[in-house]
Write a protein that binds this ligand. Structure first.
Ligand code: NFE
Ligand code: MG
Length: 576
């Protein structure tokens, strides 16, 4: 028996520590720990609810605007504000743009190197790489000369002995299976994806003034001016043309680069279609209102719950059934640490109980994470692209059904293959395609509103706090790139009395609850083979497939700083 400690897990946002028990070459138990405390929920207390989104958005620099959106949704819900159609469209456009960019960055820059051996790409024959590229896609950058150029860049990097972001990888690990040509192809696309995401996010520059942390959210709508006759308006016909042009750039990149790469890589790692899922319970709050923000039955990505991998039944989501436990988290509840609390009654009382640094292992029988443990009807849930896709598929969403069925046919895999590490990766890629296709339509709708004189962007009816009731409370849901995101706000005497955020990575990376039930990461790691405990590449594959974001999940870094426990397994590259 050996205990593997990976701390920090890198190529993620924030600080995550995984401890795993390995017996006979397989993981037999695992513990997930968020190792920093943040306090945005406390910072929000006493503030004007109309400015909550500005603070909440700083929870994360990766999923940037999702907390702004959930925050305005929550305050609008509390105060009974309906937003105009243009605000719905602009929010959908901003959010879909965020998710597409985030998913591309995740696949290429945060995850691909768990499957792609950069150093092996030096052995590739550029001519054969060209043949491979042309056999799987029509993407034009596919000549032997092009791949030779990419290989020369990697060679120069290796010769400089400064591998930079490719330093300290597990290169040569036996679990890498791609031939050198496929590795070179993927490395070329890693570099292209850097360029793509930089250009694509200009949609946020137009609609939000900047990225990350857009400036144009507003309780009651958006602060983006619409005027067909005003050259300086945020949205005029020229800007619509520009947005369309940038949005359309995503379709070829996703269909000719991302999807073929995911399918090609999956073909070499088919055994990863059979491991790494874990809980079997999946939840999506639903996202992207098609007609009205209020109509939660009419989302592009439907709301629902799948239990026990049963795709024949989609259960409804009742927001009243969401609670958080702190039995194994460094917090205390006035009602006792074995109790669960709904976010409206949520408490953020941090209390670190140990171990004292430097330490070897977490106190797994006691408290061991800065994340709470969210539960739905006392059940742990996986959230994220796979959950959304499964809920959409089981709900009969026609676009998703068609995408999933055609992809499974190409992979010659049954639907049960989705319940896996690779299923998570495939689901993210398919969602990117779905959103890239839909994004253009929303921009066109916005252009139509502009052309027909529907220019309302903000509902100012409840802007004056004197028009608010003495007390009010509401919640805002959204499906962030990593999954179901909820903000709960309680307003009293025109100020925030309590604010609670339950975030996707808290659902997925959270610790055990009072009943000892594992969180999604903890469950997903069980039975994972580990060929070399000193280099636990397989563990990283499953954890990275969730796209961890601990900054979101623990929502002020421990100002005293902390010494990390011994890093048993170093990993390469950092993010954030
Ligand atoms: Ni910091 Fe986030 C997303 C949110 S995390 S990335 O997506 O909300 O779980
Ligand atoms: Mg919280």
């Amino acid at each position: 028996m050996a205990r593997i400690v990976v701390d920090p897990v890198t190529r993620i946002e924030g600080h995550l520590r995984i401890e795993a028990q390995v017996d006979g070459g397989f993981i037999t138990d695992a513990w997930s720990s968020g190792t920093m405390f943040r306090g945005i929920e406390l910072i929000l207390r006493g503030r004007d609810p109309r400015e909550a989104w500005i603070w909440a958005q700083r929870i994360c620099g990766v999923c940037t605007m999702v907390h702004a959106l959930a925050s305005v949704n929550a305050v609008e819900d509390a105060l009974g504000i309906e937003v105009p159609d243009n605000a719905r469209l602009i929010r959908n456009i901003i959010a879909a743009t965020q998710t597409i960019q985030d998913h591309v960055i995740h696949f290429y820059h945060l995850h691909a190197l768990d499957w792609v051996d950069v150093v092996s790409s030096l052995k590739a024959d550029p001519a054969k790489t060209s043949q491979l590229a042309q056999s799987i896609s029509d993407w034009p950058k596919s000549s032997a000369t092009y791949f030779k150029g990419v290989q020369d860049r990697i060679s120069a990097l290796v010769a400089s002995k400064q591998l930079s972001l490719f330093g300290a990888g597990y290169w040569g690990h036996p679990a890498y299976r791609l031939p050198p040509e496929a590795n070179l192809l993927a490395v070329a696309h890693y570099l292209e994806a850097l360029q793509f995401q930089k250009e694509f996010i200009r949609i946020h520059a137009v609609l939000g003034g900047k990225n990350p942390h857009l400036q144009t959210f507003l309780v009651g709508g958006m602060a983006t001016s619409l005027d067909p006759n005003e050259p300086n308006a945020t949205i005029n016909p020229e800007r619509i043309d520009f947005l369309l042009q940038v949005a359309k750039s995503a379709q070829p990149f996703v269909s000719q680069v991302l999807i073929p790469d995911v399918l090609a890589i999956a073909g070499f790692y088919r055994d990863w279609f059979e491991r790494g899922e874990g809980l079997g319970n999946f939840m999506s709050y639903g996202a992207y209102p098609r007609a009205s923000i209020k109509d939660t039955a009419d989302f592009l990505l439907p709301r629902g719950i799948i239990l026990g991998r049963d795709l024949s039944h989609v259960h409804p989501v009742d927001p009243g059934n969401i609670t958080e436990y702190v039995a194994h988290s460094w917090y205390e509840y006035t009602s006792g640490d074995q109790t669960a609390r709904h976010p409206y009654e949520g408490e953020t009382n941090p209390r670190y109980t140990g171990p004292k640094p430097p330490y070897e292992y977490l106190e797994i029988d006691q408290k061991y994470s800065w994340l709470k443990a969210p539960r739905y009807e006392d059940k742990a849930m996986e959230v994220g692209p796979l959950a959304r896709l499964l809920v959409a598929y089981a709900s009969g969403q026609p676009d998703v059904k068609q995408l999933v069925n055609s992809t499974l046919a190409k992979l010659k895999a049954p639907p049960t293959a989705l319940f896996s590490t690779l299923g998570r990766i495939a689901a993210r890629a398919l969602e990117t395609q779905l959103l890239a296709d839909r994004l253009v339509g929303w921009i066109e709708e916005l252009g139509n509103n502009l052309a027909t004189g529907n220019l309302q962007i903000h509902n100012g009816e409840k802007w004056d706090p004197n028009s608010w009731p003495e007390t009010a409370r509401g919640f805002g849901f959204f499906e962030a790139p990593r999954g179901s995101l909820g903000h709960w706000v309680e307003i009293e005497n025109q100020a925030i009395k309590n604010y609670q955020v339950v975030v996707p990575s808290t659902w997925n990376a959270g610790p055990r609850d009072a009943q000892g039930q594992r969180g999604a990461y903890e469950a997903a790691l069980l039975k994972t083979p580990v060929a070399d405990p000193e280099r636990p590449l397989e563990l990283l594959r499953t954890i990275h497939s969730f796209d961890p974001c601990l900054a979101c999940a623990v929502h002020v870094v421990d100002a005293r700083g902390r010494t990390y426990a011994r890093t048993r397994a170093g990993v390469f590259g950092t993010w954030g």
